[in-house]
Design a protein around this ligand. Sequence first.
Ligand code: HPA
Length: 234
Amino acid sequence: MSIHIEAKQGEIADFVLLPGDPLRAKHIAETLLTDAVCYNNVRGMLGYTGFYNGKRVSVQGTGMGLPSHMIYASELINDYQVKTLVRIGTCGGLLEEVKLRDVVMAISASTDSSSVGRHFPGMTFAPTASYRLVQLASANAAKMNMPLKAGNILSSDLFYHFPEEGDAYELWRNYGTLAVEMESAGLYLLAARLGVEALALLTVSDHILTGEHVSAEERQLNFTNMTKLALSLA
Ligand code: HPA
């Protein structure tokens, strides 16, 4: 048991998918895994362990934002010896060339969050994905005919902005940042600090420039294809 996860030792696989939404964890366990068993219901933050193509994998909801995500990732690594963590989530497209439904692979994750910045006063750290996972995901995506947009993303603490901020994303766009979400930089920081491997795969569910967004149904379908790519990394 850890503070936020009630699993017993050994109940969590060393490869874990991390969706933000706990009900997505449940859906993945029920539709893509075999022999899935629920190991966590503390705060309704569901976690399951099952099998995908014979490989033992877990899927754990994390909630939204760096602080919540980092609580679950920390406990999985420190208390349950998890070695590979793959975030699967949605993002808002920032650049014109990033289209709705695209799958974005975050090679790096910039952030405005003090959850990262506080550790490097007056300096910057570059939260970076595992090169092995980047290579493997690229190769597997090509086999699955799934185009990937790979590059830097922004992990922001804010979903809603006040109008006086103006275009909160212009700065990031000027530096070629592909998309915005709210967790990956925290995951990459922990992976670096604690010596494990991490990657974030994100589907573009809405576009910041155009305001368009995909339907709930499509969101699910796109998500399933991306989840299969994430599971292929186990
Ligand atoms: N902002 C932040 N996080 C997100 C967004 C967004 O527009 N879309 C999906 N995750």
